[in-house]
Design a protein around this ligand. Structure first.
Ligand SMILES: [Zn+2]
Length: 498
């Protein structure tokens, strides 16, 4: 009996020790309970949005339509309202993108009414508009400088510039602004016409709202110019020597030129998704949460077996987090401030959806007391401290630290995560003075982030696969719920001045 009791006691002690050891081992630094239901919900969103059916969520494709439908339905079911503030475009705010590339180029020179021969392949004309035509304009030689050229002298003329071997777009723009009808650069240095053309062909997408110019720029080879100057009394060499003389003044060249260029446009009609959780006191301002929905679509070479960049971490994980934060806030007590939920388009091609939101916002941007971006929130397991992208750049740090303390979350010291500041949507909003940060365990350890960049990032392998761990995402969701409750409270965070 005693022995037995003794054995019982030893067993009980061993069990107690084991239990305590288990508690010590499994207790994460933040001591929060693991929310497996939340992890499962996040995994369900990521699995859906990163499935091949969504074709890599490329703007303007069926993958976009599916993504918008999924988010719209989820957010509607959670109880959010449309946040576009535009009855004609509830939930989905149109964002129009355009990419332009040079399509055609023609140039003709004449002297005293006689057409001059230009060797093929020696001149290229570009316009910043759709189609621009300039007919029979006189030519004014400006050497390498523009200081002496007056508006009256430049008006209606083609400014002929010597190249200085590098990009001279500043000089060109100054001349166009000063009234030149076009700028023609002589490629008398190292740059070739092929290099100039290659550079022009590569301009990416931009918001279609941006003003179309109609500026004409031409580039002519040294041989090409010498050919059209034949029998004019000057050569490129004599003009170059002239430009080097002290007191050089712009000099008319005995030529007229007709230039025409057209641009091919590729347009994408895409959308931001904007929802709102109404607060009791919307006049007290708003909190904004955002995550980009877009990714790269079919991104691999045709021959590759796996062609789709599914973007599971980047950024299905962010959309999953955004959606589950919304659910918890909607299920909780009503907040004072409005909370806006924004899923941006075209982040991957230049933060364009975030720029579009900032340029055409559904509420005055000055009313946003805090904005939190959510990008690639699935890089770290639970128990990882938080990093702040944008630390020291907004008035939000004190509030974030207070919430971290209350939530028993550690925040890594220092501003190392700011290395990524320009690579995320928050950057576009910061440019419009919206206080925006990104707070996540994903961004606390640069070595971990760099490992992601070197492996799955922007590759078809960023997909749902064994080992995808959303336990850190779940903790970051819980943290953001607390964060939004804090910043939505005018007693804790004062309202912006009207
Ligand atoms: Zn990305």
């Amino acid at each position: 009996m005693k022995r037995f009791l003794g054995a019982m006691n030893r067993l009980a002690l061993a069990l107690l020790a084991a239990t305590m050891a288990a508690i010590l081992v499994s207790a994460p630094a933040n001591a929060q309970r693991r929310d497996k239901a939340l992890e499962a919900a996040l995994m369900a969103h990521v699995t859906e949005l990163a499935s091949d059916a969504y074709e890599g969520r490329e703007p303007g494709t069926e993958g976009e339509a599916k993504t918008l439908r999924y988010l719209g339905r989820q957010w509607f079911d959670i109880g959010l309202e449309s946040g576009t503030n535009d009855p004609a475009n509830a939930w989905f705010a149109p964002v129009r993108l355009v990419a332009r590339e040079p399509a055609s180029s023609t140039a003709a020179f004449s002297r005293k009414g006689r057409r001059l021969f230009v060797p093929p392949g020696s001149i290229e004309v570009f316009t910043s508009g759709k189609r621009t035509l300039l007919e029979n304009a006189p030519v004014l030689f400006l050497g390498r400088g523009v200081e002496d050229a007056g508006r009256a002298e430049l008006a209606g003329r083609v400014a002929l510039l010597l190249d200085d071997g590098r990009d001279n777009s500043d000089r060109q723009n100054a001349l166009l602004k000063a009234g030149a009808a076009a700028v023609m650069t002589v490629l008398d240095g190292d740059r070739t016409l092929e290099q100039v053309k290659a550079r022009r062909g590569r301009s990416g997408y931009a918001l279609a709202t941006e003003e179309l110019g109609g500026d004409l720029e031409a580039f002519i080879t040294a041989e090409g110019l010498d050919r059209v100057l034949a029998d004019s009394g000057v050569t490129l060499a004599s003009l170059t020597a002239l430009a080097a003389e002290p007191g050089f003044a712009p000099r008319p060249v005995d030529l007229t030129v007709t230039l025409e260029a057209t641009t091919r446009e590729t347009r994408i009609n895409t959308h931001n998704v904007i929802a709102r959780l109404p607060g009791r006191r919307p006049e007290a301002g708003a909190v904004l949460l955002l995550a980009h929905w877009d990714h790269f679509g079919r991104c691999a070479e045709d021959a590759a077996e796996n062609q789709i960049c599914n973007g599971a971490i980047d950024n299905a994980s962010g959309l999953a987090a955004l959606t589950e934060i919304a659910r918890r806030l909607a299920d909780g007590p009503q907040l004072d401030r409005d909370v806006y939920f924004l899923a941006t388009t075209a982040e991957e091609i230049g933060l364009l959806g975030a720029h579009a939101f900032a340029e055409n916002p559904p509420l005055p941007l000055s009313q946003i007391v805090a904005a939190f971006n959510i990008d690639s929130f699935a890089l770290a397991p639970r128990g990882t401290p938080l990093g702040i992208v944008g630390r020291g750049l907004t008035p939000l740090d004190d509030g974030i630290m207070a919430v971290a303390k209350a939530q028993k979350r550690k925040v890594v010291p220092g501003n190392a995560a700011n290395a990524y500041i320009q690579r995320q949507d928050g950057w576009a909003l910061l440019g419009h003075d919206v206080p925006t940060v990104m707070v996540s365990s994903s961004w606390s350890d640069l070595a971990r982030v760099e490992r992601f960049f070197e492996t799955d990032y922007h590759r078809p392998t960023d997909q749902v696969k064994p080992g995808l761990d959303l336990s850190g995402t779940a903790e970051d969701v819980a943290f953001h719920v607390a964060l939004v409750r804090h910043f939505a409270d005018p007693k804790k965070v004062p309202s912006p001045a009207k």
